[in-house]
Design a protein around this ligand. Structure first.
Ligand SMILES: [Zn+2]
Length: 134
C-alpha cells in the first residue's frame, strides 16, 4: 500500500509539472546550405558548400518531414521552444512510467485481494442498484 501511495505521489508530481510548461514546439533545428542551381553562381563549384547557412526547423509528421525556414532573429526563440518541448518529453515519460507502475501495482493488489476472497465464497451475484428511493 505504501508502494502505491509512493507511485501516486510520483504520478501527481509529474502531472503538476505539466502546468509549469510554457510555449513549446517539437522538431530539430538544422543548419542548411543549398545550391541555387544557377550554373555561374559561386555555389555551383564542387568546393562550395552552397548558400547559407540558414536555419531550418525539421519536424517529422507521420514519416514525412516538414521543414520551416527560421530567420536568424528567430533562432533564439525557436531554441527556447525546442528546449521546452524536451522538458515536456521528460515529464511525459515520468508520468507514463509512474502511471504504468501504478496500474501494475493496483493489479497485483487486486489479484491478492481476489485470492483472499476466493477462499471464502466462490462467486457473488451482481448487485442491482436500488431504484425504489426517489
Ligand atoms: Zn547559388
Amino acid at each position: 500500500m505504501a508502494h502505491i501511495d509512493e507511485l501516486v505521489r510520483r504520478r501527481d508530481q509529474a502531472l503538476a509539472q505539466f502546468a509549469t510548461l510554457g510555449d513549446l514546439r517539437p522538431g530539430k533545428l538544422a543548419l542548411n546550405y543549398r545550391k541555387c542551381g544557377k550554373p555561374r553562381c559561386h555555389c555551383a563549384g564542387d568546393d562550395s558548400p552552397g548558400h547559407g547557412p540558414s536555419y531550418v526547423l525539421n519536424r517529422s509528421i507521420r514519416g514525412k518531414t516538414r521543414s520551416i525556414r527560421i530567420r536568424p532573429d528567430e533562432v533564439a526563440q525557436t531554441r527556447a521552444l525546442l528546449d521546452e518541448h524536451e522538458r515536456f518529453l521528460v515529464i511525459a515519460a515520468q508520468y507514463l512510467e509512474a502511471s504504468e507502475a501504478l496500474a501494475d501495482a493496483r493489479r497485483a493488489e487486486a489479484v491478492d485481494a481476489g485470492e483472499k476472497r476466493k477462499q471464502r465464497s466462490r462467486r457473488q451475484k451482481p448487485v442491482s442498484p436500488d431504484l425504489s428511493t426517489s
